[in-house]
Design a protein around this ligand. Structure first.
Ligand code: 6PG
Length: 248
């Protein structure tokens, strides 16, 4: 058995379970502290989760006025660009919920990547009233991973992979020829809880390496040593290279 790994029959069932998991976690944090801070993942996998999140929240009466949304990373494109993670969340979640504008912390990367990283870091520091080099602890961080083992926009071999001093950094992704802004590993790993969504046959090899290869040290492997609870939601395709019966 692999602690923390749950395998779902298909991506739709995974999305449904993830949406319910997120709402349950946010509701518990709001009940305890009247506020919850959620870091959203970009990419394609989470879109179906966010589309179900609005309904799941309605079912439980989650009040979005108590929830703050941040992005784990963003592509340096305008917010209405097809590649924008903000646009993806706007289309799949924001347009179907009532959340105060001040609770939506978009990474503004229309200007210089370095300025965008500095501005986002300042926004986080202000939100958490951080002093000195304190690292914020988000209640829940959502992540995906690439076949190459990147998380957020922390790509293997990039400057972001070894950035341990800043909360947010800008990075030029050679293979995509694009600038990106990303929360750094120290921030991601300091979350109270992390949920990583892994779907599709193309992710089977990286998922297998996560659970069967202790020595690999790609960014996604670093998440294994996060300080909080780490959960992996995978579909059967992504889990297809794991030994039979190994998942919970
Ligand atoms: C992004 C994400 C990135 C994503 C992985 C998996 O901005 O693209 O932050 O880290 O989670 O690339 O993406 P898919 O869900 O599209 O496979």
């Amino acid at each position: 058995m692999i602690p923390g790994l749950t395998v779902f029959r298909d991506q739709d069932i995974l999305a449904e379970a993830a949406a319910k998991f997120i709402v349950q976690k946010l509701s518990m944090d709001v009940a305890a502290r009247r506020k919850a801070n959620l870091v959203l993942s970009g990419g394609n996998t989470p879109r179906a989760v966010y589309e179900k999140l609005g309904y799941a929240a309605d079912e439980t009466g989650l009040d979005w006025r108590n929830v703050h949304l941040f992005w784990g990373d963003e592509r340096c494109v305008p917010p209405d660009h097809p590649e924008s993670n903000y646009r993806m969340v706007q289309e799949s979640l924001l347009q179907s919920i009532s959340i105060p504008e001040g609770n939506v912390h978009r990474i503004k990367c229309e200007s210089s990547p370095a300025d965008a990283a500095t501005q986002y870091s300042s926004e986080m520091r202000e939100h958490f009233s951080l002093k000195g080099d304190t690292i914020p602890s988000f209640d829940l961080v959502l992540l995906g991973t690439g076949e190459d083992g990147h998380v957020a926009s922390i790509f293997p071999g990039s400057s972001a992979e070894t950035e341990m001093d800043y909360l947010v950094t800008s990075t030029f992704v050679e293979k995509l020829q694009v600038n990106r802004i990303t929360m750094t590993l120290p921030v991601l790993k300091n979350a109270a809880e992390i949920l990583i969504l892994v779907a599709g046959r193309a992710k089977a090899r990286i998922l297998r390496s996560l659970f069967l290869d202790e020595n690999l040290r790609l960014p996604v492997h670093q998440i294994r040593s996060a300080s909080g609870k780490v959960q992996w939601f995978a579909d059967r395709d992504a889990a297809s290279m794991l030994p039979e019966g190994i998942a919970e």
